[in-house]
Each structure stands twice: as structure tokens, then as C-alpha cells.
Design a protein around this ligand. Sequence first.
Ligand code: HPA
Ligand code: MG
Length: 216
Amino acid sequence: MSNIHMKISDDWPGYSLDLFSYPAHYSGDLDCVIIPHGVIMDRTERLARNIMDELGDHDIVVLCVLKGGYQFCADLVDRIKALSRNSNRTIPMRVHFIRLKSYLNDQSTEDLHILGAEDLSFLAGKNVLIVEAIVGTGKTMKTLLKHVEAFGPKMIKVAGLLVKRVPHSSACVPDYVGFEIPNRFVVGYALDYNEYFRDLNHICVISESGKLKYKI
Ligand code: HPA
Ligand code: MG
């Protein structure tokens, strides 16, 4: 990770859910709040500035990796637009959406399917920013980078809101990292567990009973 980032240590117990508001339909399904929504927003504002410092000299194409990346991407693009509005540098920005599917019981594999990426020729000569919610081993990201590089962009940078400390990571680490987190399953802020919890603002750790309740 080239940039400094907020590191959440393995022994960080998180905040009690009672300190914040969250949808009542999830009571009992969560252990703690690991990153409150406001902190995500504050960190995102700073990431936007770092990104503009490096990419803001040329047309930007944002590649949002769905589904988990939609909220981070929307908020990050908002902050980038605010910077653009309030400065003399005005940079045209496009936003494009892709979806990744790796078919091996939810594990990222080399056999990655990229939907919505058939023709990315508009990336040629552009500054490309790939926006992902969470990066684990980095294998998925590495495959995606290879695919994008083939279209001849001027520069490619990756923004990951969360980087998980998993064994055998480092295949690819984002250029911009929001938070480095312990190897626990987190939900909220568009991150899901079997499609649940996307409607939760804070990033939380799911409880054992929550895992059981929404298991398929
Ligand atoms: N939460 C949600 N989706 C994920 C996670 C996680 O912790 N890790 C990889 N995909
Ligand atoms: Mg998911």
C-alpha cells in the first residue's frame, strides 16, 4: 500500500451497536460497528483529494465494481465532483459499471467473469480509477487489472475502501486504501451477506446468529 491508511487492529472490539442507530430488522444479527458511517465519509473525502492530486490532470474514467462497490463509488465520485467544482481544474469524469463473478463457491479464482467489460476501448488514453469495496487476496483485482491494461489507458489506479488482512494477500494492493481491517466477515455500506445488509449504513461485523439466519 503506497498510501497511508487507517489500520483497524485485530483486537479492536468495535463500537457497541447501542451507540448508533441502525435498521431494527437487523437487531441480533450484528456483533459490533467496526466503522461508523460518518468515519467512512470523512475518510472518503480525504481519498478523493489524494486521487485528484494524482489523476486530476486528465480525463478520468471511474470503473465501479458492482455490487458491493456502488455506495463507496457514489460517495467517492461525489467528493471528487465537489473538489472539481471548487477548484480551477475541471476534469471530465465518466462512470462505468462492471460486475465480477468468479465461479468457485464464492472464492476468487483465476476463472473470473467480468460483466459489462466486453468493450472498454473508451479507456484508451484515459486515467482509469477502479473502485472496489473490499480487497482480500488481491487475486481478483490482479485479473481485472490485466484485462483493463489491454485497452491502453494512460494510467490505472485502484481505490479499495477496505483491505482485509488475509493470509497470502499481496497479489495486488490498491493504490488508495480506506481502511485495513481484520480478517472477519463485515457487512453494511453496500457490503452484503447473501444480499442482506446492503441497507445498513455502518460497516459492522455479522454475528453468528445473523450468519445462521440468512444462510442459504
Ligand atoms: N463482506 C462482504 N463481502 C465480502 C467480504 C466481507 O467481509 N469479503 C469478501 N467479500
Ligand atoms: Mg457479496
